[in-house]
Design a protein. Structure first.
Ligand code: AMP
Ligand code: ZN
Length: 116
């Protein structure tokens, strides 16, 4: 989609620190990490958020996203100790980039609270 930051990154028009890629999914380091592991996992096809993906997405991409999250966690070395997966949705969810993405955060004990 034109004027989408993450679409431009996927297309290689804007640089990023890629950590994983397959036919359906792209993953990169977050530019403002909140922990030693902070990776964004996103579908290559543009969906605005989890609501848009639920309406218009496909099962192959959903599974590929989940597998990519697992691969990223394994590669980062956080799978054994644990990590958090977050998808912000819309204004109250704190979403700032309207291209569906999952934050994979780990490398320290994040505690039990979902909201800091
Ligand atoms: P959200 O607030 O859930 O929409 O998350 C957007 C995330 O994208 C934030 O954590 C930003 O730090 C991150 N971000 C913004 N621009 C870039 C970029 N050019 N490369 C990597 N991460 C980015
Ligand atoms: Zn996009």
């Amino acid at each position: 989609m034109a004027d989408c930051l993450f679409c431009k990154i996927i297309a290689g028009e804007i640089p990023s620190e890629k950590v994983y890629e397959d036919d359906l999914v792209y993953a990169m380091k977050d530019i403002h990490p909140v922990a030693s592991t902070h990776v964004l996992v996103l579908p290559k096809k543009h969906y605005e958020n989890v609501l848009d993906f639920a309406r218009n997405g496909d099962a192959a991409t959903a599974l590929a996203l989940n597998k990519a999250i697992a691969a990223v966690a394994e590669a980062a070395g956080v799978a054994e100790k644990g990590f958090r997966v977050v998808a912000n949705c819309g204004e109250h969810g704190g979403q700032t980039v309207p291209h569906l993405h999952y934050h994979v955060i780990g490398g320290r004990n994040l505690g039990e609270k979902m909201v800091f």
